[in-house]
Design a protein. Structure first.
Length: 434
């Protein structure tokens, strides 16, 4: 696709001269000028700077990036004042040059070119470059039957492709997705606030605010602190050294536990348990909402010489994994980090990606109804454990966890509770009930 956009640079903007789209384009430009007034914008995939020029009329400042040198040459020829906008060559999947403070982000006709499995990871990276509460806007094409370039094929991940022809007659296959509102909402679940999707005839516009939860901040800070302290992972060297033994005692102790297959670790952190699971013979994938943890996990896996697919993402929304993908969905002490209504959303999503014959393994903190040794930070009525005044853990009774799983459509095969004071631990092996 990069070759296509390099070669298309000089004819790129002809799509903006189609007569029947002018009224909608004018309205879109007016909306963008109002949305970004006096904001510092990080623009992704700026192309020829067509939209940069529009944004510069009201924005305080724009850092506009694109991977194509050819399109950037066209953008720079527009002579936008450098006090207003700076064009840089950068990869949208690394954003290494996105240095500075930004309270807004914009991407025109970029979402549709992102492979579905990369969407959440891209958004997490983008958000990491912004201040919390930042405004984010995407605009893209609607598919118009008989007008849009026809879709030629769909791959196994659900991505769709077009064959496009340039003025020189060369043809190129280009990934081009047309997401539904539901797909967009699912990707943004847990990370986007005030989500607004506007559909036109030729274009759609997405606007939302990025806000990281206080709980997520605490987790990320803990991972960064642990790595800076030279620890091998969450819990320190002693815990990491016992992971293989823990697997034998908790997961494999149940005779019906799978001994191989495709496994997803939820809340994989620094990847230490994922690596042990790979050693046991599983094809492992891991997901965690902490970008710091995932970066560390990739380092650890590379050092251990294991090929593990790690993704930054919210375990309550896993759009980059198709239905019925995994033989095992393994909760790496993640479930007790999920609070409120997100718990049922998480279980529904875990069930979706689990094969009909697959197994869910839950490893969670639990506690009795009452215990005189409960710390003052724990509310036995709400079952919430707080840290620095922030809701940080949900620690239910074993019976509550069993009930949650059953209501979500799981059948309990095995349950083991290690009762301790004030907090114990529960391990559950479960399968689809239907």
């Amino acid at each position: 696709m990069q070759t296509y956009y390099n070669q298309r640079a000089k004819e790129f903007e002809k799509v903006y001269h189609i007569p029947e789209r002018q009224e909608e384009l004018s309205a879109l430009k007016a909306e963008l000028k109002g949305s970004f007034s006096d904001l510092r914008i990080l623009e992704i995939a700026c192309g020829t700077g067509y939209w940069t020029q529009v944004l510069a009329e009201s924005a305080q400042y724009i850092l506009a990036s694109d991977q194509s040198v050819e399109t950037l040459e066209v953008a720079e020829s527009k002579k936008i004042s450098q006090s207003k906008a700076l064009f840089v060559q950068d990869d949208a999947y690394s954003l290494e040059k996105a240095q500075g403070t930004f309270n807004a982000a914009f991407a025109g006709f970029w979402w549709s070119h992102i492979p579905k499995r990369k969407l959440s990871e891209f958004l997490m990276l983008l958000h990491s470059k912004l201040t919390t509460g930042s405004k984010i806007v995407f605009i893209d094409n609607e598919y118009q039957e008989g007008i849009s370039t026809p879709l030629k094929r769909t791959d196994h991940e659900g991505n769709t492709y077009q064959i496009r022809t340039l003025n020189d007659g060369s043809q190129h296959e280009v990934l081009k997705n047309f997401p539904t509102d539901e797909e967009i909402q699912n990707v943004l679940r847990g990370i986007g606030k005030e989500i607004k999707i506007v559909r036109g005839t030729s274009y759609w516009r997405l606007e939302y605010r990025y806000e990281i939860s206080d709980s997520a901040k605490i987790h990320d800070e803990k991972y960064r602190a642990a790595k800076s302290a030279g620890l091998p992972g969450w819990g320190g060297a002693d815990r990491v050294s016992k992971l293989s033994q823990m697997l034998d005692e908790r997961f494999f102790a149940f005779g019906g536990a799978p001994r191989g297959g495709k496994l997803l670790e939820l809340g994989c952190g620094a990847g230490n348990l994922s690596i042990e699971l790979a050693k046991k013979g599983f094809e492992v994938h891991g997901v965690d909402f902490s970008e710091s943890a995932i970066a560390w996990a990739k380092e650890n896996a590379e050092q251990a010489n294991h090929d593990i697919g790690f993704n930054v993402g919210d375990v309550t929304s896993l759009p980059f994994y198709a239905e019925n993908t995994f033989d095992v969905v393994y909760d790496g002490n993640c479930f007790h980090c999920i609070l409120g209504e997100k718990r049922s959303l998480a279980l529904s999503e875990w069930k979706r990606v689990l094969k009909p014959t697959g197994m869910l393994f839950v490893s969670s903190l639990c506690a009795a109804d009452e215990d005189p040794s409960f710390p003052k930070e724990f509310n036995s009525s709400t079952r919430i454990l707080s840290e620095s005044g922030v809701a940080y853990r949900f620690i239910p009774t074993p019976e509550m966890i069993v009930s949650e799983l059953q209501e979500a459509g799981f059948k309990i095969l095995n349950k083991f509770v290690r009762s301790q004071s004030p907090f114990g631990h529960i391990n559950i092996h479960a399968i689809h009930a239907d």
